[in-house]
Design a binder for this molecule. Structure first.
Ligand SMILES: [Zn+2]
Ligand SMILES: [Zn+2]
Length: 428
């Protein structure tokens, strides 16, 4: 099989505590050799001078919209956006139509992904049938078909008894429960974070406590059942604290943050003038929440960066602010936002960034990825930490255009994405 030599790059791989200038040889889709200088006969050579070579980035949280909402995104267009954003793998949420709550939908997603032949796609199965929060879905059957986690993302599982049984069941199948934490707390019909800006804008707010209550409950349920839980899109200071305490007690609790929650706040919603590209669940929070998230990224409390890539058609986002659907694109902006704001912003070093985007995501969902050790599947992300880019939503590979970052100038970008030893995207 074809062989690829990635030359002169700086390999950063936290799984083997490696950060050094090295050549990397790929053979038969796997990492064959890493050394200071390698040469091989009749191979494709990728010159990575001045670039960082990392284990392929894994997005634990995307919405690919197929089946059912192909006008927003398909598995093919989502996978194309993923590789153009430096992601070799994405894990897709089950809130399609039909919901991925049985093995035939799981198999359909995997087949579409196989045909697209771009990024790896790992489906997440629903916790409850139709994600209605009432009866458990066919979790065992979906695990056999290939799901890597369960979640009713988009909605919280409000009934504590159902969540307890879901955790017991998921633990039996060694699957993590991915938790969309939003206790309704009397705040149905909210449009943004509850605070001074929601008052100023006359919009109904969702208090941070709505998330904290749910995170607290599920940490307690995880302790009781022994289930692994993964808090999706953590957004409040108190929730970060709760996860920090749970970890200190040795519980199997992990969490992810989205780039928009470490870059934007409710003040940006105000400044945008009711721009619906600033509307998502959970909502953009306060400056204090954002500072707590940066602390959690620094001290290891936050395990992963995930995009919550949520394409919506332009017509849907043209509704009034309180009626527009939640969610924004994320796959093609995440790496640049992370490099610009977290690495160049002095919050974390590059090795920690790679831990958040590759090493830890692989561990959390138990994927045989996230490493460049010899013998590993050759999923590789190559990025240029100094590449100056200007985000242009009109050039997105996604079928949708809903991003608040259009026109932003950022420092750092992915330049090549390699899946199973094959270059599937090149930005240079
Ligand atoms: Zn969610
Ligand atoms: Zn989501």
């Amino acid at each position: 099989m074809a062989t690829l030599l990635i030359r002169n790059g700086t390999i950063i791989d936290p799984s083997q505590s490696l950060e050094a200038r090295r050549d990397l040889l790929v053979r038969d889709g796997r990492v064959a050799e890493i050394a200071e200088t390698l040469s091989a006969e009749s191979v494709e050579v990728f010159d990575a001078s001045g670039l960082i070579v990392a284990p392929g980035f894994i997005d634990l949280h995307v919405h690919l919209r197929e089946p059912g909402f192909e006008y927003k995104e398909t598995i093919e267009s989502g996978a194309r956006a993923a590789v153009a954003g430096g992601f070799t793998s994405v894990c897709c949420m089950p809130n399609t139509k039909p919901i991925n709550d049985n093995s035939s939908v799981t198999s359909f997603i995997l087949e579409q992904a196989r045909q697209a032949n771009l990024a790896n796609v790992f489906p997440i199965g629903a916790i409850t049938q139709g994600s209605k929060g009432e009866q458990l879905a066919e979790i065992g059957e979906m695990k056999t078909a290939g799901i890597v986690a369960v979640s009713d993302d988009g909605k919280p599982v409000l009934d504590s008894g159902i969540m307890r049984r879901a955790m017991e069941y998921a633990a039996d199948f060694d699957l993590p429960v991915v938790d969309h934490c939003e206790d309704c707390c009397g705040a149905t019909g909210w449009a943004m974070h509850e605070g001074a800006y929601s008052a100023l804008m006359g919009l109904k707010g969702l208090p941070g406590a709505a998330e904290d209550l749910h995170v607290g409950r599920d940490i307690l349920l995880s302790e009781m059942t022994g289930a692994r839980i993964h808090i999706a899109h953590i957004s409040t200071a108190r929730s970060v604290d709760l996860v920090r305490q749970a970890k200190a007690r040795g519980l199997a609790v992990t969490c992810e943050v989205t780039p928009h929650h470490f870059v934007l706040t409710d003040e940006d919603v105000y400044r945008s003038g009711y721009d619906t590209n600033f509307k998502m669940a959970p909502p953009l929070r306060s400056r204090d929440d954002l500072e707590a998230i940066l602390k959690g990224l620094r001290d290891g409390t936050i395990d992963a960066i995930a995009t919550d890539h949520a394409p919506h058609h332009a017509n849907e986002k043209m509704y009034e602010f309180d009626k527009a659907p939640n969610g924004i694109l994320g796959l093609e902006t995440a790496v640049s936002l992370t490099l610009d704001r977290l690495v160049h912003g002095g919050v974390i070093p590059k090795a920690r960034m790679i831990e958040l985007l590759a090493t830890n995501p692989a561990k959390i969902f138990n994927l045989d990825r996230g490493t460049l050790q010899v013998g590993a599947i050759a999923d590789v992300t190559i990025f240029d930490p100094e590449k100056q880019i200007k985000i242009d939503a009109s050039k997105s590979q996604s079928k949708s255009r809903n991003t608040p970052f259009d026109g932003w100038e950022l420092n750092g970008a992915p330049v090549a994405t390699i899946v199973g030893g094959r270059i599937v995207w090149r930005g240079i």
